[in-house]
Design a protein around this ligand. Structure first.
Ligand SMILES: NC(=O)c1ccc[n+]([C@@H]2O[C@H](COP(=O)([O-])OP(=O)(O)OC[C@H]3O[C@@H](n4cnc5c(N)ncnc54)[C@H](O)[C@@H]3O)[C@@H](O)[C@H]2O)c1
Length: 320
């Protein structure tokens, strides 16, 4: 992992699932991390959770240093002011509601040094919805990660209409320095890019299930042993560029009309209503009983670690 030369201290505000993951990202890159969470129990338990995850990373050879060296960089603060004092970058990961984020940003507006970028992990609420009344709103933006951020490197950087372009550039540089893969979204759009893409696939999956074309299991398989294999190292545009002899234009000539026709068949999207949800839930709970969800989540994280380790090794072997 490349060491960062300019910024050395991150404040993590909100340390649930995602905030705790961010702490690992920054500490793994050599940064000092100061965590603040409003909940006493989260503040009391987060270091143990982080230590368990860091120890798993070491087992999969995804750490360049001993776990204790990484963990020694992380501390928990009893007050927000203490966490953000002297921070070079702040990552907010509080609850996904406008009210909570607006309250946190009002505090950050007051407490954090004026020129320090503040990125929000918001999954879909644009920064303009909760930073409008901040005096220093020009340094606030969305830095949307994928969970857990220390295993899935993408970060969507989305400016509000008033975010300085230079702040987006700095956030881009910080994210790159800590080993993440930032992308720039030109302007605010509901769901940003990641959840719009995910939404397109999910909406089609629910519709196909609803109309009885395939089981939830088979729709899942279409991705897990079909489309998804390529998607862990290339996106949809590169996929189709390689799937026609003369590239993307050739693909569009051959199959563009088919996709347009499919899109026209879904101009009246249906909400995921209660009876439909109950049917999908029924199939999922028969395949995975409620009590096994946590164990399966842990399995998913181990699979992700194995994939991250493989990608690291493969990139070296292929000389990327
Ligand atoms: N879970 C995901 O898969 C995922 C992925 C990407 C982004 N996100 C986004 O990240 C953010 C956090 O999500 P999460 O899944 O970690 O939720 P979470 O419920 O696990 O954690 C939220 C934390 O914020 C704390 N908090 C609430 N109000 C606060 C305040 N005023 N000051 C400080 N801390 C406060 C809570 O105590 C809690 O620990 C949300 O915006 C969410 O949409 C989540």
């Amino acid at each position: 992992m490349e060491r960062n030369g300019s910024a050395t201290c991150a404040a993590v505000v909100g340390a649930g699932l995602v905030g705790a993951g961010w702490a690992i990202v920054f500490a793994r890159a050599g940064w000092t991390v100061r965590i603040f969470d409003a909940s006493d129990s989260v503040r009391a338990g987060v270091l143990k959770l982080i230590a368990d995850n860091v120890s798993d990373l070491a087992k999969f050879e995804l750490l360049d240093e001993p776990p204790d060296t990484v963990l020694a960089r992380i501390s928990v603060c009893a007050a927000l002011d203490e966490a953000v004092a002297g921070a070079d970058y702040i990552q907010e990961s509080a609850f996904e509601t406008v009210a909570v984020k607006a309250a946190v940003y009002a505090e950050l507006d007051r407490a954090a040094l004026r020129n320090v970028p503040i990125g929000s992990s918001s999954s879909g609420i644009p920064a303009s919805a909760f930073t409008e009344h901040c005096k220093t709103r020009n340094r606030m933006l969305i830095a949307h990660p994928v969970n857990p951020p220390y295993l899935v490197p993408l970060v969507e950087l989305v400016p509000a209409p008033w975010t300085d372009a230079a702040v987006v550039d700095r956030a881009f540089e910080f994210m790159t320095n800590v080993g993440q893969e930032p992308i720039r979204i030109a302007r605010e759009v509901e769901g940003f890019v990641l959840n719009r893409l995910q939404g397109a696939l999910l909406n089609e999956a629910w519709a196909l299930f609803d109309e009885g074309y395939a089981s939830a299991e088979d729709i899942d398989k279409t991705v897990s042993v079909g489309l998804g294999l390529r998607w862990s190292f290339m996106g949809p545009f590169e996929t189709i560029d390689l799937n026609a002899p003369a590239g993307v234009a050739d693909y569009a000539k051959r199959l563009g009309l088919l996709y347009h026709s499919v899109a026209q068949s879904r101009t009246q999207p249906k909400a995921w209503d209660a009876p439909l949800i109950a049917k999908v839930d029924g199939e999922r709970r028969a395949a995975l009983p409620q009590g096994q969800l946590d164990a399966r989540r842990a399995w998913r994280d181990r699979r992700l670690m194995a994939l991250a380790a493989h990608k690291k090794k493969a990139a070296k072997e292929i000389g990327e």
